[in-house]
Design a binder for this molecule. Structure first.
Ligand SMILES: Nc1nc2c(c(=O)[nH]1)N[C@@H](CN(C=O)c1ccc(C(=O)N[C@@H](CCC(=O)O)C(=O)O)cc1)CN2
Length: 294
């Protein structure tokens, strides 16, 4: 058996085409949609990701504002840039590219962002809303990679209700929020969150219906670890000899029923969900403008 492919590249292209229409509609109504990015330092991977975000914006008609700062930028200088984007009316939403240099406290920066402009859904208020709101539709931004995982599965017709999902990794951008998202009532999955302190990972892997691997350890998930027919999302990103390498050994495709390639799986979906968050923020602004004018 060879697993079917959860094609993130093709799915992201479809989503971008849908978003292009929504951005055009907003423009017709007199609303511009703009994404801001703040990049600190020279990390080649981060530069590539930020460049990709601006290319995506150009493709779907979103204006973009790019702030690139040197590695030795102080926390106060970065905070000043954050406040400028909070106030900039052309910026509908923005992101601060992570990771930040070690001398900057990521939590302080994320907390200084206007939660309504937090295109990454990583402001503590937006993460708190994800924790607190189990039943009503979410109206605040959600973290892009978790959203990308859910959207990728849904758009391939995969039902998660009643499934046992094992998330490997407890990071704030993926592991923790994806668990919260999957346990919302409209998705209804049962989630186990494994991390470096988990003592029975082999046992958990062997019984999972769905595995979301976000550990950042190259090829940590092997074919013999996985239940036959499991659905496997490879979210981890490491570089081995300069090549993007996921958490999942490609031979897992011989055992799984569905697998996301890496590259070409969850990465492009993360980018598409960022655009989605910006467009949703612009649509919320447009709806609020109508309310206040009535
Ligand atoms: N502020 C944020 N910082 C970071 C995030 C994030 O969501 N918000 N996630 C990652 C990096 N990231 C987006 O910023 C990201 C990672 C990977 C991809 C992607 O499309 N990857 C390609 C392969 C890329 C390659 O060849 O190097 C793929 O999977 O096909 C997009 C975005 C950390 N920082």
């Amino acid at each position: 058996m060879s697993a079917r492919i959860l094609d993130g590249k093709a799915t992201a292209a479809t989503i971008k085409a849908e978003l292009t229409q929504r951005v055009a509609k907003l423009k017709e109504q007199g609303h511009t949609t703009g994404l801001g990015t703040i990049l600190v330092g020279e990390d080649p991977g981060s530069k590539w990701y930020v460049g990709g975000k601006h290319k995506d914006c150009a493709q779907v008609g979103i204006e973009s504002i790019r702030v690139d700062l040197p590695e030795d930028t102080t926390q106060d200088e970065l905070l000043a840039q954050v406040r400028q984007l909070n106030e900039n009316p052309d910026c509908t939403g923005y992101i601060v590219q992570l990771p930040l240099p070690k001398h900057i406290d990521q939590d302080v920066i994320l907390e200084a962002m206007d939660p309504a402009k937090d295109a990454d859904g990583l402001h503590p208020m937006n993460l708190g809303r994800l924790v607190a709101n189990v039943n009503r539709p979410m109206t605040s931004p959600l973290p892009c990679t978790p959203l990308g995982c859910v959207e990728l599965l849904e758009r391939h017709g995969i039902e998660l209700a009643g499934k046992h999902v094992l998330v490997v990794g407890r990071g704030v951008t993926i592991g923790r929020p994806v668990g919260l998202l999957l346990t919302r009532r409209e998705i209804n999955a049962t989630v186990t969150l494994a991390h470096t302190g988990t003592t029975n990972l082999p046992e958990l892997l062997a019984r999972a219906d769905v595995i979301i691997a976000a550990a950042g350890v190259p090829h940590i998930i092997k074919p013999q670890d996985v239940k036959a027919g499991a659905i496997v999302l490879d979210v981890g990103v490491s570089r081995v000899d300069g090549k993007v390498t996921g958490d999942v050994d490609p031979a897992v495709a011989e055992v799984a029923s569905w697998i996301s390639p890496n590259p070409g799986g969850v990465g492009p979906m993360t980018r598409a969900m960022l655009l989605n968050n910006v467009v949703e923020a612009a649509e919320r602004n447009a709806a609020n403008a109508v309310k206040t004018s009535n």
